[in-house]
Design a protein around this ligand. Sequence first.
Ligand SMILES: Cc1cc2nc3c(=O)[nH]c(=O)nc-3n(C[C@H](O)[C@H](O)[C@H](O)COP(=O)(O)OP(=O)(O)OC[C@H]3O[C@@H](n4cnc5c(N)ncnc54)[C@H](O)[C@@H]3O)c2cc1C
Length: 542
Amino acid sequence: MAGGEPLWRQRRRQDWAALRGGGFDVVVIGGGITGAGIAWQAALHGFSTLLVEERDWAGGTSSRSSKLVHGGLRYLPHGEVRLVREVGHEREVLERLWPHLVRPLPFLIPVYRRRGMPLWALGAGVWLYDHLTGVEPRHRRRMLGPEGVLALEGGLAAEDLAGGVRYFEARTDDARLVYTVVEAARAAGAVALSRVRAGRLDLTPKGGRVDLEDRETGDTVTVRTRAAINAAGPWTGEVDPEGTEVVLGRGCHLVFPHHRLPLRHAVALPAPDGGNTFAVPRGAVTYLGTTDRLYTGNPELPEVPDEDVRYLFQVARAAFPAAGLGPRDLLAVYAGVRPLVAQEGKADTRELSRQRSIEVRRDGLISVRGGKLTGFRSVAADTLRHLAEAGLRPPRGRAEEGVAAFSPERAAADLVREYSVTGLVAAEIIGRHGPSAGELMRYAAGRPDGLEPVAPGAPLLWGEIDYLAEREDVFTLADLLIRRSALLWFGGLSEPGEVLWPVADRVAPILGWTPEEVEGQLEGCRREAHLDRLEELRRLSL
Ligand SMILES: Cc1cc2nc3c(=O)[nH]c(=O)nc-3n(C[C@H](O)[C@H](O)[C@H](O)COP(=O)(O)OP(=O)(O)OC[C@H]3O[C@@H](n4cnc5c(N)ncnc54)[C@H](O)[C@@H]3O)c2cc1C
């Protein structure tokens, strides 16, 4: 550590000090995928840009999704061809930009007799989907009979199985994607500050002021800006109480050890109510979700209700009858809330469109509502068009987004060879850091126990813990263990709570935590990771 203070804190102090008396072309409120994407694209167009996030990067919905970068097959029956084509294109661009983070993933949709769509209709839909979304030939759909389905995923229920379709989508790590986009925004010249809340807005269509509060110190500052963009997700209505209402749909996920649900494909699970539930393999785990129900509580930390857990177990057991999944198998649970645009007469959140809406208020505030993880670049492009209509033309044509030629497989094999880490650890590190993994590993090798895992079998090394704490805007233990590293939810640990203290103890000197602060961090992290809820659920008879 340089000079007793992590590098990111030094930068943050300087950035905050420079805000005094400062002005920007664009201030973006909200550091989820929507706000991060807008800030990135605004900076690439040459706008001086400030991005502020009240909590942690991806501290809202953008760390609690199903993490699928998908073209939205289910929009096809609704005739939303334009949306399908657009998100399909986005998936392809993201795979090129960040091949370590947006990974092609084979999907399997089993079809059962007398349930849901007939096989031929599904096959026709996926054929059209592949062509609309420009899927490369080797990843195009394959039609399967019942034996073909069971040869791919032998655990699926065989009774009444009519066949299935195999095709390709992609999976990401949503919180890492947001952090990567924030870093890309910074590289393009944006100032990006987490734990900074946007308060009062004093705007006119020609520009105005935004009050900011540093949530760490309580310090406040007012910045001038030519435009303000509200990308506050579930909190959009707080920032813009006059605009169209945002309705929240809560979705929950359950996480199991991969060996208890050893899938090679993401599998669409037939649900009794036609719900949209997938089982998705990810390293040491397989996760299962999502539910989708109206939520009227506080979006800060939505709980995982019994009702949703029961529903997901019911769907999982029907799909994989021989697995014998029970609550004791659970490794993690989490919930997130979708910000959806309210529509007259629709009370079921599953019926609400996933399309975004962009509204410009009389005083010039631009509010972005709805949308998905996958389409964030096109949301940003639309937002910039609104800026241009409001007279704020980009200073320049967009700078290159910077596509790197990078092979995650080759890079992971290099790590295994050079540092004798396991294949799983190497794949996870490459997944998190991509082309920067080499730099991380050199750093880790120079730290005490730097190449040792934080717990037996954990896909995270002590050296990476130090690296993240030192460089990646880590304020809390939850920032580190849920969003920067995903260890608590996806690390495959049978007792995730057991790593909290050793990790907190390790990073306390880097982050300057006193013993009392360490206690607070442990408690906060347990709460955010739903660890007490996990223990409660493991004792339930479901
Ligand atoms: C269960 C579930 C599963 C999903 N699965 C998928 C999927 O597989 N694929 C997909 O493409 N999409 C998926 N989605 C949708 C996707 O996750 C969301 O559309 C997306 O993450 C929303 O991002 P956002 O940036 O708009 O909101 P958020 O991520 O919530 O970001 C808003 C941010 O604004 C900040 N903020 C609020 N007020 C202020 C303020 N005053 N000042 C500063 N900051 C503020 C908040 O702290 C928050 O971090 C899913 C959603 C859910 C809930």
